[in-house]
Design a protein around this ligand. Structure first.
Ligand code: N01
Length: 853
């Protein structure tokens, strides 16, 4: 067989691939181990098997006519109905003629000279193809039982993921179910209806909500009927692949009544995305997550009559949502039946399975049947199960030994012309699979068509693009709570599997945008070659931290006028309004407002004291705002964070602003404030000798200048300086101004506006305006922070380099994926938290361990 494309799998993905690729004029064959279509829905025939996305959404959308000839009978259709649907699709588009059933692809080797894949089937046949697509599903390789004696049981053995085709009858039998994931939770109530005795062996309790199954919801049907195309389009651009309103309500600030109201509404809806989206912050904020978790546990306790069983069924050691939540029909109620028992393996672990039952640490059970509902080697398992050898003899299994590495979850370096549908690093299992599958198949079909049209025959991602994507996938996961659970999302269910977050959690919408962008930029991040030669558009498609990108997109969507287009008083008013709804920042021991003598009259300050007993080191802090904007409130959350994390007294000083007070008023005030604090260390609760001067942006500018003046003008003694994305020079021609001068919040236009208000051009090169131009020897050790997407990045870096060259001890922290402002957005830009923790760790190291007498 010599094909354009060979596909593994004839489920939702494989079927659509055959259809789409054939339409595009490619020769294609799909191979499936099963003797019919269906994939997941072919194998998972256990009692109660249904989808957990409403079937109105869990459906192909590529052909509006298909939607007219098929009507789902239930909100969550059963496995037989979904299988019937896929059979209809296979018939309607005459797909079976290009599917080879009962055939497994056992190995695939890339032949570089021929630019072809050579596949070998379990029947020993060779298939040669230009492109090789694994549409083998994410949950298609059942986990091998990892329980001692699992092979010794002499009774009936079933795996939910490989259920027999003939009916299974448990009537009169003693049945064990091992596992309490989605498959178990769906099947347990139905097995209990037949079995004489049912014992459920639970290692980890699962959150589950009632599916409230029934006819498809009338409102959803009406919405689709009203404008089918708009509905399907909205699904494509939604976070999870099902259109729904995204809330901005935070669990921590919602009233108890509102929390309850929103929870009960989601409970009644009986939909995963509803219960996962009650509050905007439940996937990120442990406090909010616990609010939702506890309400879910209350529901379990209300249903389950035996308190000890209820207690065992309540999940307590992972945040809600971080293991796949389940939808059930009478799951918890089943444990009230007299012939059903729960064995909590945490209290009473399995010792061994034996020929006639199961021995636990405390008890011996006899069984006629054991049902293994123990899950899958998810996402990577089915891919590395085939012996796939890419360039230079490296296998996919070897390449992914420490975890998957992909570009867009679709492709991987070293494996040209190889595609994985819903692979690791794509939204896949976190989304409505059908929407993600269609998106992947469309992208692959468009890509192969583009290649053909442009004269290319091989495509492979570049190492730069792939490692950038892996980083982005990891960044997206890092700001969520998902890594806190031992879930199959983390590979934690398979002994020895690398512990990383396998899917992409940035959202179906963001993911689609990235894939579209890659294509529209001439296959950005890919190397293409063929008769026309070679093309490489190398680069990283997503470099901003995901939450920083979200902030920028949100601001762009608001269509705000540029600050520099406003009169100063309006710009200040705007800044005050913009911070009205922001989180307050962490609690500190005490906050006091006061005044101190400035260079030309009193200045307001705010003092933050840690909750721990003093005295403490002291940080004098100057806020950002281009010498024009900002005040004690503007940087309040940052000061709280600084105080709490660095365990230091923070004295935040409100210096005089331009244009009312132009250069060098701000710098003069900053030095006066540092002198005053230096002279009053004990009375502010500080340890003499432990004084750091700090500032952000323009505040960093005057902090740096204050350190230079303290050196030249007789003190005070300063043990360190912390400069966060500081202004150190007035030269706006450095590359970072060119690269980041527009689109990253602080723009070149705004910096122009700030400088124009603050200083005459002739003054801007003086060291009191541009500390980079000052004398730099004998300055206090410095921690300098620069943001990758900040116009000021290079002048911050230049200051760090120049200080180091002058013999000053410098720590330069480069905040990857951050802008000028994002690090200061405490509890809004969560990816800033670990960077601030690093900054404050270095800050603490600036304070001398032993204090001079
Ligand atoms: O598998 P699972 P699943 N000893 O991995 C336990 C989708 N799906 O087949 O949590 C004892 O979730 C294991 O315990 P622990 C859906 O995405 C969807 O149920 O690892 N117990 C767990 O309780 C779902 O998430 C639908 O501690 C052992 C259970 O077995 C995914 O498929 C229906 C064990 C496995 O749960 C997988 O679901 C079904 C051991 N040695 C599936 N090993 C719907 O659409 C494992 N366990 C509704």
């Amino acid at each position: 067989m010599d094909l354009d494309v060979a596909v593994v799998g004839a489920g939702f993905a494989g079927l659509y691939l055959v259809h789409r690729l054939r339409e595009q004029g490619f020769s294609v064959k799909a191979f499936d181990a099963a003797d019919d279509v269906g994939g997941t829905w072919y194998w998972n025939r256990y009692p109660g098997a249904r989808c957990d996305i409403p079937t109105t959404d869990y459906t192909y959308s590529f052909d509006p006519e298909l939607e007219k000839v098929w009507t789902w009978s239930e909100k969550y259709a059963t496995q037989p109905e979904i299988l019937d649907y896929l059979r209809l699709v296979a018939d309607r588009y005459d797909l079976r003629r290009d599917i080879v059933f009962s055939t497994t692809i056992e190995s695939a080797v890339w032949d570089d000279a021929a630019a072809r894949w050579r596949l070998v089937t379990d029947k020993g046949d060779e298939v040669v193809c230009r492109h090789y697509v694994m549409a083998s599903g994410c949950l298609s390789l059942p986990k091998t039982p990892d329980i001692p004696g699992a092979n010794d049981f002499a009774g009936e053995v079933y795996f939910t993921g490989k259920w027999p085709h003939e009916p299974v009858d448990f009537t009169g039998k003693r049945v064990a179910v091992i596992g309490t994931g989605s498959s178990a939770i769906q099947s347990i109530p139905l097995i209990a209806e037949q079995a004489d005795e049912l014992v459920v062996f639970q290692r980890t309790p699962n959150f589950s909500i009632p599916a409230h199954n029934g006819p498809p919801p009338a409102d959803r049907l009406a919405e689709i009927a009203a404008d089918r195309d708009a509905y399907r389009e909205a699904a494509k651009w939604s976070r999870g692949g099902v259109p729904r309103e995204v809330t901005t309500i935070m669990g921590t600030t919602a009233s108890p009544e509102l929390r309850r109201e929103r929870f009960e509404a989601a409970w009644e809806a009986g939909e995963l995305f509803a219960i996962l989206g009650i509050f905007a912050d439940q996937g990120f904020n442990p406090e909010t997550n616990e609010i939702v978790s506890e309400m879910l546990r209350e529901k379990i306790r209300e249903v389950v009559k035996d308190p000890e069983t209820a207690d065992s069924l309540c999940p307590t050691d992972y945040p809600f949502g971080t293991k796949r939540p389940c939808l059930d029909t009478n799951y918890f109620q089943t444990f009230n039946l007299p012939h059903v028992r729960l064995v909590d393996l945490r209290k009473n672990p399995i010792v061994t399975i034996k020929s006639d039952g199961i021995d636990t640490a405390q008890e011996s059970f006899g069984f006629d049947a054991i049902v293994f509902a123990t899950g899958f080697d998810a996402m990577t398992g089915p891919l590395v199960a085939v012996d796939i050898t890419g360039r230079n003899g490296v296998t996919l299994k070897e390449k992914w030994a420490d975890g998957p590495s992909t570009y867009l979850g679709l492709t991987t370096v070293g494996f040209p012309n190889f595609f994985a549908v819903t692979g690791p690093g794509s939204p896949s299992v976190l989304s409505n699979m059908t929407v993600s599958i269609e998106q992947h198949v469309d992208w692959i079909a468009d890509c192969l068509t583009d290649m053909r049209n442009q004269g290319f025959d091989t495509i492979e991602p570049t190492p730069v693009a792939e490692s950038g994507w892996n980083q982005h996938v990891a960044d997206c996961a890092a700001i969520t709570l998902y890594e806190k659970a031992n879930s199959w999302y983390m590979g934690a269910n398979v002994p020895g599997k690398p512990r990383v977050f396998y899917p992409y959690i940035g959202g179906v919408d963001s993911y689609r945008a990235a894939c579209d962008e890659v294509r529209s930029r001439g296959y950005f991040g890919f190397r293409l070659s063929g008769p026309v030669g070679e093309q490489v558009n190398d680069g990283v498609v997503r470099r901003l931290q995901p939450d920083v990108q979200l902030v920028i997109e949100t601001m762009e969507a608001m269509g705000l006028p540029p600050l520099e287009s406003l009169p100063v008083d309006q710009a200040r008013m705007f800044m005050v309004m913009a911070r009205a709804e922001r989180p307050p920042g962490p609690q500190v021991g005490e906050v006091l407002d006061g005044t101190l003598p400035g260079a030309d009259g009193p200045l307001d300050y705010r003092l933050y004291r840690p909750a721990t007993p003093g005295p403490h080191p002291v940080v004098v802090y100057f806020h950002g705002g281009g010498w024009v904007l900002g005040d004690l409130d503007s940087d309040d959350p940052l000061c709280r964070d600084l105080c709490a994390q660095a365990e230091a007294v923070v004295v935040s000083v409100n210096y005089r602003h331009a244009p009312e007070h132009r250069f060098p008023a701000a710098a003069d005030d900053a030095f006066a404030a540092v002198q005053w604090v230096g002279a009053n260390m004990v009375s502010v609760g500080g340890v003499p000798g432990q004084l750091v001067v700090a500032g952000w942006s323009a505040g960093g500018n005057i902090a740096a200048i204050a350190c230079q003046r303290a050196r030249d003008l007789g003190g005070p003694d300063i043990c360190g300086q912390l400069l966060i994305t500081p202004v150190t020079d007035s030269d706006m021609t450095r590359p970072s101004y060119v690269e980041n001068g527009d689109g990253y919040v602080l723009t070149k236009g705004l910096m122009d506006w700030f400088w124009n208000h603050y200083a005459d051009p002739a003054d801007r090169t003086q060291p009191s305006a541009a500390p980079l131009r000052g004398e730099l020897r004998d300055l206090p050790p410095a921690v300098i922070v620069t943001g990758e997407f900040d116009p000021l990045r290079d002048e911050g870096a230049a200051y760090a380099d120049a200080l180091a060259a002058a013999g000053v001890d410098v720590t330069h922290i480069r905040a990857r994926g951050h802008t000028h402002t994002s690090l200061t957005m405490v509890d809004v830009v969560l990816s800033g938290a670990p960077v601030r923790a690093e900054i404050f760790g270095h800050l603490r190291a600036l304070f001398p361990a032993s204090v001079p007498a």
